[in-house]
Design a protein. Structure first.
Length: 436
C-alpha cells in the first residue's frame, strides 16, 4: 500500500483535500454520501446512529440557498435518510451542508462539501467514471487513487460489500461497515456513488433469486443507497444515469434470475425478467448518449468453472440483446462486469448483425484476492488479461475533440497502468471504430 499522504483533487471552483487516513472504529454517523447526480438533480444519503432531525442545505456558487429540507431518521429505515435535490444547473459547483436538531449525534458531520452537477447532455463534454467490484474494507488507497485520477462518479459493480446472508440485520450492518470505511467514506462525500449487486451481496456465492430472501436483501440495499430509482413496481434495483457523453445502465442480474421463462425464449429461464428487459430496451432506444455502458456484476462470457452465474448461462438473452442493438442501429455500446477476481478485455463479434464489435470490460478485484484460474484462456474472444489485486477501471468519455472517444484504463491503487483501451465513434455517421 502506498503511503497515504495528503492528496488534492480540483473540481470547478472547489478544492477537495483528502488527508492522512488512519484505521478507526465505525463512526457514530455514517455519511454523508452523494448518490445519483445528473444535470439537474442530486441525491444525498446519511445515517445517524439513532432518531434525529437533520436538515440538508444546498447553496449555489454565490452562497444563495437553493434547497433546504429537514428529515427525521427513524428505526423503520435503520435511521437512513435520503434527500432528493432538484432544480440545479448543469456543470455547476454547489456546496451542501448538514445541520442537526437539539441533540446532535456524537461527531455529527456538518460540512460544507462540494457537489458538482453533470455537464449538459446536448453539448460536447467530458466525464470521468470509476468502476470496481469485489471490495473489502482494508484498502483505503484504492479509493484515494480514484480521487487522484479525477473520477467524478464511482460505480460499484457487486460484491460491494460481501454479505453472504439474507438476514436484514446482517445486511444493514455490512452496508454500514462498508460505507464507513476510510477512503470510501471521504471520496463518496464529493462524488456520485451508485451500484448494483452480485452474488455475495445477494445472499451468497453463485446465488439466484430462488435461493435467497430477495425482498429483505433489496430492502437493505435501498436503505443504504441514494439512487434515483430501484427497479420498478417494488422489484429489482436496476437504474441508469447519464453523465455528459456516457450513460450507464446498472443492470440487476440477480433479483429476477431463474424466476420464470425468459421474455426472449419461453423454453429457457430468465436472467433479467420481462419488466427489466423492456426497461433496458426502452432506455437504449431513448438514449442520446454517444456511449452506453451496460454494467452488471456478472461476466458476459462463460466463466471457466462450474458456477452458472454468468451471461453465457443466459446466452439467449445476451444474443437477443445484440439482435435488438442491430435492428435499431444502436451504437457505442460497451459491456462491463466484475465477479471473477481478474481483469479482462474480450471482443464479442456480432458484426454480421451489429456492424461493430462489442467490447467486454471486466474489472476485479478492488481487494487483494485474485483467482488466476478464472482467466478464460481458451476463449477466442479474450484480448487481454491481468491477475492483479486492488484494481479499478477509469473510464473517460470525451466529445470535445474531432471524434467522440471512450478511453478505459485498468489502474492499481498504486497508480500502475495495466492496460488502456480506446473506442472512437467516427463522425458524422457515429459508427464505432476501434483504436487500441
Amino acid at each position: 500500500m502506498e503511503n497515504p499522504t495528503t492528496m488534492m483533487r480540483c473540481l470547478p471552483g472547489l478544492v477537495i483535500v483528502l488527508g492522512t487516513i488512519a484505521a478507526a472504529a465505525e463512526p457514530a454517523v455514517v455519511g454523508p454520501v452523494l448518490g445519483h447526480v445528473d444535470e439537474r438533480t442530486a441525491h444525498v444519503w446519511l445515517r445517524p446512529p439513532a432518531a434525529a432531525e437533520v436538515t440538508l442545505t444546498v447553496r449555489d456558487p454565490a452562497g444563495k440557498t437553493v434547497f433546504e429540507q429537514p428529515q427525521t431518521a427513524s428505526a423503520e429505515r435503520d435511521f437512513c435518510l435520503t434527500w432528493a435535490v432538484a432544480g440545479l444547473e448543469p456543470a455547476t459547483g454547489y456546496a451542501y451542508s448538514l445541520s442537526w436538531g437539539v441533540k446532535p449525534a456524537a461527531g455529527a458531520p456538518r460540512g460544507p462539501w462540494p457537489l458538482v452537477t453533470a455537464p449538459p447532455t446536448d453539448l460536447p463534454g467530458r466525464a470521468c467514471l470509476g468502476f470496481g467490484s469485489c471490495a473489502s474494507e482494508k484498502f483505503p488507497a484504492v479509493w484515494e487513487r480514484m480521487a487522484v485520477e479525477g473520477v467524478e462518479a464511482i460505480v460499484l459493480c457487486g460484491d460491494t460489500p460481501y454479505i453472504n446472508s439474507s438476514d436484514l440485520a446482517t445486511n444493514r450492518q455490512r452496508h454500514r461497515e462498508f460505507l464507513a470505511q476510510p477512503g470510501l467514506a471521504e471520496v463518496s462525500r464529493t462524488r456520485a456513488t451508485l451500484g448494483t449487486w452480485d452474488d455475495h451481496d445477494f445472499g451468497g456465492n453463485d446465488t439466484d433469486a430462488t435461493k435467497v430472501d430477495r425482498e429483505t436483501i433489496r430492502k437493505a440495499f435501498m436503505e443504504y443507497r441514494a439512487q434515483a430509482n430501484f427497479g420498478e413496481d417494488g422489484e429489482g434495483i436496476y437504474t441508469r444515469f447519464r453523465r455528459g457523453p456516457v450513460e450507464v445502465f446498472l443492470i440487476d442480474a440477480r433479483f429476477f434470475s431463474q424466476t420464470g421463462p425468459s421474455p426472449v425464449d419461453p423454453t429457457k429461464k430468465t436472467l433479467l425478467g420481462p419488466r427489466q428487459w423492456e426497461w433496458l430496451k426502452a432506455g437504449l432506444l431513448a438514449s442520446t448518449a454517444p456511449f452506453k455502458v451496460l454494467a452488471t456484476g456478472m461476466v458476459w462470457h462463460d466463466k471457466p468453472n462450474r458456477e452458472k452465474d454468468d451471461w453465457e448461462t443466459y446466452a439467449h438473452e445476451r444474443e437477443a440483446l445484440f439482435d435488438f442493438l442491430a435492428e435499431n442501429k444502436i451504437g457505442g455500446v460497451v459491456l462491463l462486469g466484475g465477479d471473477v477476481h481478474v481483469s479482462l478485455l474480450l471482443e464479442h463479434l456480432p458484426a454480421a448483425r451489429l456492424g461493430y464489435p462489442v467490447f467486454e470490460y471486466i474489472v476485479s478485484p478492488l481487494h487483494d484476492s485474485v483467482i488466476p484460474r478464472l482467466v478464460p484462456t481458451k476463449d477466442k474472444r479474450l484480448l487481454w488479461s491481468a491477475v492483479e489485486p486492488n484494481v479499478f477501471l477509469r473510464m473517460v468519455a470525451d466529445t470535445t475533440g474531432e471524434e467522440p472517444r471512450l478511453t478505459s484504463t485498468w489502474i492499481t491503487m498504486h497508480g500502475q497502468r495495466l492496460h488502456e483501451h480506446v473506442i472512437t465513434l467516427e463522425p458524422p455517421a457515429a459508427r464505432p471504430g476501434v483504436t487500441r
